[in-house]
Design a protein around this ligand. Structure first.
Ligand SMILES: O=P(O)(O)OC[C@@H](O)[C@@H](O)c1c[nH]c2ccccc12
Length: 257
């Protein structure tokens, strides 16, 4: 089970021998009435899809940049409900795939069945739930599958090979290869073991493998993407957008492809 629109958007880039770039933004860091325009801007800059964060009070995987963005967004009154309503309002015209990134708690509070249904109504193409354990994932994947929404699994560098293999086999849309040990946030360099890890994951799945965490420059993006299909860039983009440096966002995405 997989979301066709997301699969096609990724395949299109790869068929043209391009790398896949997925920027992450925090929903509601800028007013939600600017979300449509923001998504279009990212697409025009070259994004294959956009990862859209739902703010949460206890974001265990996030470093300071995304934590701060989440706090600003919560202060603006953003909730899962307001994000889904906003997405729904322009679902018919949006062409860039959207992947919601949320922790389990907001999904449980919302109700898993209602979450999957409302995501489908809002045209959400995939979800990333970093604190969803592989062994328990049925608690949300069953509802997601019924609504044709991809569940993107995360691989960690510290996981043993048999577990990585299982994750790689199950993932939908793409495999999110977490490429640091630690939380989100810009890093000066990646461990030299990362490339071997990415190449190993490539052998475990035919789906695209995207590296994320710690990518802040186009040369880092190219370096990692040499061993996989592309990268996810979060904190650096969140920072640029917060400073209203949209030209830098555009430049970073374009030069990373
Ligand atoms: O910020 P970075 O280091 O560029 O990493 C991407 C990341 O922000 C984004 O994919 C993300 C934000 N929060 C997460 C929580 C878990 C997994 C992934 C994420």
């Amino acid at each position: 089970m997989s979301n066709l629109k997301l699969d096609q958007a990724l395949a299109e880039k790869l068929e043209n021998n391009k790398k896949v770039i997925v920027p992450y933004i925090m929903a509601g860091d800028k007013p939600l009435d600017q979300l449509e325009e923001q998504l279009e801007f990212l697409q025009q800059s070259g994004a294959a899809a956009v990862e859209l964060g739902i703010p949460f009070s206890d974001p265990v995987a996030d470093g300071p940049t995304i934590q701060d963005a989440g706090q600003r967004s919560l202060k603006n009154g953003t909730t899962l409900t307001t994000v889904l309503e906003t997405l729904k309002s322009f679902a018919d015209t949006r062409t860039v795939p959207v992947i919601l990134m949320t922790y389990l708690n907001p999904v449980f509070k919302y109700g898993t069945e209602k979450f999957a249904k409302d995501c489908a109504d809002a045209g959400v193409n995939g979800v990333i739930v970093p604190d969803l354990p592989l062994e328990e994932e049925g608690i949300i994947t069953d509802d997601l599958h019924q609504n044709n929404i991809s569940c993107i699994r995360l691989a960690a560098m510290t996981s043993p090979d048999d577990r990585l293999q299982k994750i790689a086999e199950r993932t939908e849309g793409f495999l999110y290869a977490v490429s640091v040990t630690g939380t989100t946030g810009a890093r000066r360099a990646h461990d030299n073991k990362v490339k071997g890890y990415l190449q190993k994951l490539k052998q475990y799945t035919d789906k695209p493998v995207l590296a994320g965490f710690g990518v802040s420059t186009s040369s880092q993006a190219h370096n990692l993407a040499d061993a996989c299909d592309g990268v996810i860039i979060g904190s650096t983009i969140v920072n640029f957008l917060h400073q209203n440096e949209t030209k830098n966002v555009q430049k970073l995405i374009q030069e990373s492809i």
